[in-house]
Design a protein. Structure first.
Length: 220
């Protein structure tokens, strides 16, 4: 079944009142990346079946996810790639570059700071923080590395809401508490612990050891 994307969608002031499942939000990113590939190939419309296959989900799941943003009109024409991409960009909050900070400029943190792909996805790492900021070669990582004592001041002045946490597990909770206290509402956590945060703060955990264990299972 092919369903075209129409502009008659849920306004964002009303959409904010909806409870959108976290897994749905994750899949929106998959749909967006699939659409970007289609745009790169000069494809203007795509069926729900083709888009779902590119994103690795079932067509029924795709259509269900998109209904959170409204009903999409007539059958038989497919989604307009450009229009749907724009809508998902708005939904994901990446219409403009979002400022992000990184805490923990060690080996992993420095490697992430050297990565130039964040900007392509709508994010800009504007600063890093470390207890030994003076020892970190800021020129090599491309952003300024500040001492932890400057964290609260910087977050408030720049209205930072997102942070990447790449500190040892022994201090991760303490640093997370400090981030939350300064007003950060979303944390991408690379520390190998489960952080305890208030209900209004979102944490995504990236545990590389668990991911490797998962791969190990499948190659046996």
């Amino acid at each position: 079944m092919l369903i075209p994307f129409q502009p008659k969608t849920v306004p964002f002031h009303k959409m904010s009142k909806l409870v959108i499942p976290r897994k749905t939000v994750y899949r929106l990113s998959l749909y967006y990346r699939a659409l970007q590939r289609l745009r790169g190939n000069k494809i203007e419309t795509v069926s729900s079946a083709a888009l779902a296959k590119a994103a690795g989900v079932k067509p029924t799941q795709l259509r269900k996810d998109l209904t959170y943003f409204g009903q999409f009109g007539t059958r038989g024409l497919g989604y307009n790639v450009e229009a749907l991409s724009r809508r998902l960009t708005e939904a994901l909050g990446t219409t403009h570059l979002q400022p992000v900070i990184l805490v923990g400029a060690g080996h992993l943190g420095s490697a992430l700071l050297r990565y130039h792909g964040f900007a392509k996805e709508g994010f800009e790492v504007v600063a890093a923080f470390d207890l030994q900021a003076s020892r970190t070669r800021a020129k090599e990582v491309g952003v300024k590395v500040l001492p932890m004592t400057k964290l609260g001041e910087f977050v408030a002045a720049n209205r930072i809401k997102m942070a990447i946490l790449t500190v040892p597990g022994t201090v991760a909770q303490e640093v997370a508490n400090e981030l939350v206290a300064t007003g950060v509402l979303a944390i991408l956590n690379f520390a190998p612990i489960i952080l305890q945060v208030p209900d209004n703060v979102v944490v995504n955990n990236v545990d590389l050891a668990i991911e490797l264990e998962n791969l190990s299972y499948f190659i046996r």
